[in-house]
Design a protein around this ligand. Structure first.
Ligand SMILES: *[C@@H]1O[C@H](CO)[C@@H](O)[C@H](O)[C@H]1NC(C)=O
Ligand SMILES: *[C@@H]1O[C@H](CO)[C@@H](O)[C@H](O)[C@H]1NC(C)=O
Ligand SMILES: *[C@@H]1O[C@H](CO)[C@@H](O)[C@H](O)[C@H]1NC(C)=O
Ligand SMILES: *[C@@H]1O[C@H](CO)[C@@H](O)[C@H](O)[C@H]1NC(C)=O
Ligand SMILES: *[C@@H]1O[C@H](CO)[C@@H](O)[C@H](O)[C@H]1NC(C)=O
Length: 568
């Protein structure tokens, strides 16, 4: 039986090849011109192997988003009834008909796909350029990116067989042109070897948090407890690492000895690897970003198990490794309760298709009980990094409504950090949970900046934490850093400590936070009412009481948050 049907398939394939009538290719995605900053250098070598991902249409792609909203909205009968891995995957998984149709087309061309996501909604194929051109009626071309000097193979247009429409969502990376995550979004103000000044200890917090921000300062500002969490392994905090930014254990130990003398200086994190990522420990391997992210999780979420996930440079997902790391987390039997990422891009660098698929993957992870945090970006209204612009530049993935975007504050009393990115997505529409808060702000803003931002869409950030003048240990010395890169791990640590208390009280962790955050009484947040986020030749959005597109709902208050989530 098996052999017979295989034989039939081969004959069918041969016929189809001989008869182009059976397979009419239709243009699926197209760019009108080479994106700004990229230059074409002629056809890619025909034998160069491309690693392509095929996004398949899922059984019920929006279903998971509806589920997520139900289980994340306080008061809903299903609040915090997280879904299992299998339940989540059932929404994203393609139908058998879809799988059969796509695989049959590939088989006709002698190509075999491998599943590339836990739900099976992604396939991967490794094919030479010549074969990719044949499969997708494309002209894969070598492009260079002037600013970074990086080279990539992309096509300005590709096609798929008409009968795969409605089954094959898109092929990636094809028409997505992005600059690499070339440097961590951290502004190093002064490094290395800034001599620690003053005598900072946890029980002698300078009221002003001068001369710089430390864990002791954050404990004082936000009421974060110094007492260790229970350490239950049911509550883990995952920190992502990219672009060869490595987290150094000796620097962490130096940091803890200095800034957390009440903790064991041997407290550390575990390592995890995606795409062959490593975490070498040589002094010069230490990265500013990775050190910051591990020091402000291990050093703030006292006693919570932290894992550092290093994504290797050989990621072939065509979207910085973001797709591979979320698929890795989704493949785990037990997901982390908090997950923080201090990397991002400008939203226009992603196609709407890949942005939606990543956002959907964050919804899946949230539905399983993970609170996901991303820094909002460091270019004010001009995007992830300061740049010239005529309209405001939203960042990714902060525009995804299924994660918590964290902006930055500066100084004590806190004011909006001037580089804190915030604004409005051009891809994702406004979720219900923030419609009232955002409307209130936009009414106050009135006509200011009208036309420079998308008034109908998802607004960010959601919350904020300190993002300026933050002390880290780095390559044997100390450094001061600034960026929403500081804010995301700090806010994640705050929630990790709340989750520890919930779990030890026999309650579920918080999971996707935003509906809970926007429904909170004002006392839960220190709203930030001064400062703005300049960019694009403007002074940017002004901060204001309540929600604003610089610092979101504000910075958190631990005692008020505990009470709000029902802790005694
Ligand atoms: C630090 O502590 C030492 C010894 O207790 C003291 O002499 C010194 O004045 C302190 N420095 C500051 C800046 O408080
Ligand atoms: C951790 O999870 C396991 C398995 O679900 C459960 O048996 C255990 O009670 C949990 N521990 C705590 C402290 O909640
Ligand atoms: C504004 O955002 C919506 C999503 O809410 C999107 O559909 C629309 O294309 C965006 N407009 C512009 C001009 O980008
Ligand atoms: C909004 O701006 C217009 C034009 O400047 C002004 O006439 C109007 O009074 C403003 N509305 C509010 C509510 O401030
Ligand atoms: C802003 O914070 C102040 C001081 O805590 C508080 O009284 C006020 O209600 C807050 N306003 C909003 C809109 O959150």
């Amino acid at each position: 039986m098996v052999k017979l049907s295989l034989l039939l398939l081969v004959i069918a394939a041969a016929l189809a090849l001989a008869s182009p009538l059976g397979r009419e290719l239709v243009v699926h995605e197209r760019l009108n011109s080479v994106p700004h900053g990229f230059t074409a250098h002629g056809p890619a070598p025909q034998d160069k192997v491309l690693h392509l991902r095929l996004a398949l249409v899922g059984k019920n792609p929006t279903g998971i988003e509806d589920e997520l909203m139900e289980i994340s909205t306080p008061g809903n009968p299903r609040y915090q009834q997280f879904l299992s891995k299998e339940e989540v995957e059932a929404f994203a998984a393609p139908t058998q008909e879809t799988l059969t149709a796509v695989n049959a087309y590939l088989a006709e061309h002698g190509v075999t796909a491998k599943p590339a996501s836990p739900a099976g909604d992604w396939l991967s194929i490794d094919v030479p350029v010549a074969k990719a051109n044949e499969l997708f009626g494309a002209q894969f071309t070598t492009f260079t990116h002037a600013a970074s000097g990086s080279t990539s193979v992309r096509t300005l247009e590709y096609s798929i067989p008409a009968n795969l429409q409605g089954h094959l969502d898109f092929v990636h990376p094809t028409i997505m042109f992005s600059s690499p995550l070339s440097k961590p979004p951290v502004i190093t103000i002064s490094r290395p070897n800034v001599a620690p000044q003053g005598n900072l200890t946890s029980d002698a917090v300078p009221a002003s948090c001068t001369p710089y921000i430390t864990p002791a300062c954050l404990q004082a500002l936000y009421g974060i407890p110094a007492a260790p969490a229970s350490g239950t392994t049911n509550n883990t905090l995952a920190v992502s690492g990219f672009i060869g930014q490595y987290a150094n254990r000796l620097d962490l130990s130096t940091f803890l000895s200095y800034a957390r003398p009440d903790m064991s200086s041997g407290t550390s994190f575990t390592d995890a690897s995606v795409d062959g990522g490593t975490n070498p420990q040589g002094k010069s391997n230490a990265g500013v970003e990775a050190n910051l992210d591990t020091q402000y999780t291990v050093g703030v979420a006292t006693g919570v198990p932290v894992s550092f996930i290093s994504v290797g440079g050989d990621s072939t997902d065509g979207v910085f490794g973001f797709l591979d790391i979320v698929n890795y987390l989704g493949s785990l039997a037990s997901v982390p309760t908090t997950f923080t990422t201090s990397y991002g891009a400008d939203e226009y660098e992603l196609t709407a298709g890949i942005a939606a698929k990543l956002c959907d993957a964050y919804a899946q992870l949230g539905a399983r009980g993970t609170s996901i945090f991303f820094s909002s970006g460091d270019g004010g209204v001009s995007g992830s990094q300061s740049q010239s612009c005529t309209t405001f530049v939203p960042t990714f993935p902060s525009g995804c409504p299924y994660l918590t975007s964290v902006g930055g504050t500066s100084g004590v009393p806190e004011t909006a950090w001037a580089y804190s990115s915030g604004g409005f997505s051009n891809i994702f529409s406004r979720p219900t949970y923030q419609s009232s808060a955002v409307s209130t702000y936009l009414t106050q803003l009135n006509t200011t900046y009208r036309g420079l931002y998308n008034a109908s869409s998802r607004a960010y950030p959601d919350v904020a934490a300190q993002g300026d003048n933050v002390l880290i240990a780095y390559q044997g010395g100390f450094a001061l850093v600034a960026g929403t890169s500081c804010s995301s791990p700090i806010f994640a640590s705050f929630i990790a400590l709340i989750n520890d208390q919930l779990i030890t009280a026999g309650k579920p962790p918080l999971g996707f936070l935003n509906p809970l955050l926007y429904a909170a009484p004002a006392r839960v947040f220190n709203n930030i009412t001064t400062g703005s986020n300049p960019g694009c030749g403007t002074s940017g959005f002004p901060a204001a009481a309540g929600w604003n597109p610089v610092t979101g709902l504000g910075t958190p208050n631990f005692a008020a948050f505990r009470t709000y989530v029902g802790l005694p």
